[in-house]
Design a protein around this ligand. Sequence first.
Ligand code: CA2
Length: 150
Amino acid sequence: MKTVFVFNGPNLNLLGTREPDVYGAATLADVQQLCEAACARHGLALDFRQTNHEGVLVDWLHEAGRAQAAGTALGAVLNAGAYTHTSVALHDAIKGAGVTVIELHISNVHAREAFRHHSFIAPTARAVMAGFGVRGYPLAIDGLVAVTVA
Ligand code: CA2
């Protein structure tokens, strides 16, 4: 059974506690359940994580790339949070690791402040999704399956 990684970046541990108008009422634990259900539908295992630290995301992307190369993982859904808009290190990590990444955002970043319109992840991502709320997570897993399974 192959694994799908879902990596969440800074402040996403706060989901469901603040800014429900932007991010909804679901918690990160609720999101994990949505992802579990999506993976189960596809016969895949889920490895779901959150960190507030950029270098940890770099290490996890390397790990996902190694697992993908070994044939034990399909790729990763990545909500890098605010690092999306700042991190050359994440851009380089995705390229260097050779991991298939679906970039995911809960909110429609293009309908928000201008500083959220640029992504350092997007040029390295296989696909980009934004604005579906937390339901975007299972949709992104479906999308990862669609682009990776023959
Ligand atoms: O829409 C998304 O998923 C974002 O990646 C979320 C990031 C934001 O910096 C990106 O521009 C778009 C922020 C995550 C913070 O999440 C919170 C959730 C609840 C309360 C406070 C922050």
